[in-house]
Design a protein around this ligand. Structure first.
Ligand code: SF4
Length: 200
């Protein structure tokens, strides 16, 4: 007679260990919010404001200012010698320089462009420098014609400055005796391209 198979009683699973509970003081949500409002938000605001100001100066305002400046050059309304006749003619109905935003102003404080349109003598040199210094930055100078560029036909005269760049920095030189109004307009467009290139 064969023996009956013995049955094995199932053993109970071991009890899980107790999870240690850290008895940390609970921070109510309201306090966290208050802390955030006190410390984080003002710091974030300050960082964001300074970042925006930096961006605005370097990347937003400057290009807009450059674009507006180079498309509205205000030359000083004055004349030194015979080239000034061609300068005046540039604003006539035939050439109409104002369609390029070029509007002459009689006060150097409202100008950003000095067009030296004639012979510069030593006698007038200090007046020219004073007018240049009265113009606000950024400002540019065009030497119009051979006299302003290098003294022209009077280069060897004792009374003539052999080029206005001996007195003020010149950005564009225009050759001719005198240059025609179209040449002066071309010089102004060259200056605009120069301003765009330099990013002034
Ligand atoms: S460059 Fe000729 S036209 Fe012009 S100011 Fe001199 S002399 Fe006169």
């Amino acid at each position: 007679m064969s023996a009956a198979p013995s049955s094995v009683a199932p053993t109970a699973a071991p009890a899980p260990p107790d999870i240690p509970v850290i008895d940390a003081p609970s921070v109510p949500f309201v306090e966290i919010e208050a802390l955030r409002a006190e410390q984080f938000i003002p710091a974030a605001k300050e960082a964001l404001t300074s970042l925006l100001a930096e961006q605005a100066q370097g990347k937003l305002i400057r290009p807009v200012f450059n674009w507006a400046g180079r498309n509205s050059l205000f030359p000083l309304h004055w004349g030194l010698a015979c080239c000034a006749i061609e300068f005046a003619s540039m604003f006539s109905a035939r050439h109409d320089a104002e369609r390029f935003g070029v509007v002459p102003r009689s006060s150097p404080r409202q100008c950003d462009l000095m067009i030296v349109n004639g012979t510069v003598t030593w006698k007038v040199a200090h007046k020219l420098i004073t007018l240049y210094e009265q113009m606000p930055e950024p400002k540019w100078v065009i030497a119009m014609g051979n006299c302003a560029t290098g003294g022209g036909p009077f280069r060897t005269a004792y009374s003539v400055v052999p080029g206005v760049d001996k007195l003020v920095p010149v950005d564009v030189y225009i050759a001719g005796c005198p240059p025609r109004p179209e040449a002066l307009l071309d010089g102004i467009l060259t200056l605009e391209a120069l301003i765009r290139e330099r990013g002034e």
